[in-house]
Structures are given as structure tokens and as C-alpha cells.
Design a protein around this ligand. Structure first.
Ligand SMILES: [Zn+2]
Length: 72
């Protein structure tokens, strides 16, 4: 019984370590991950169209959907 009990405790301990490892990692993914679901969007100042920030044209701290609207 003694050895099995120790192995049993060791197995639980390892599982707890793995769980803590994953829980510790989870909140840290605040950086820019290349996920399609988490795109920053902005609104065109001219027509109100919502577009991804990286596709928007920025001018004077305003965003526009196209060069035509940025130049208006
Ligand atoms: Zn526009």
C-alpha cells in the first residue's frame, strides 16, 4: 500500500503542477496575437464606415476608409 500511495500522491502533485502551469500562462496573452477575432477597428471620420485599423488611412489622429475621404 505504501508505495502505491506515494505514487498516487506524486501523480496528483504532477497534475496540480500542470494545471498551475496552464493557469499561470492564460492571463499573460495580452500581447498582439495574430488572431482574426481580435482586430482593432476604427470608424471613418467621413462616412462612418467601420474598418480594421491596419487598413485605415490615418491623418491628423483621425481614421478614414479611403484616400478620397482622408483628403476631403
Ligand atoms: Zn469613408
Amino acid at each position: 500500500m505504501g508505495l502505491r500511495f506515494i505514487i498516487f500522491l506524486a501523480a496528483i502533485w504532477i497534475v496540480l503542477l500542470i494545471i498551475r502551469f496552464y493557469l499561470g500562462r492564460a492571463p499573460k496573452k495580452k500581447q498582439h496575437t495574430q488572431r482574426g477575432t481580435n482586430i482593432d477597428t476604427v470608424r471613418c471620420q467621413q462616412c462612418g464606415l467601420v474598418i480594421p485599423e491596419k487598413e485605415a488611412i490615418q491623418r491628423d489622429n483621425h481614421f478614414f476608409c479611403s484616400k478620397e475621404h482622408a483628403n476631403d
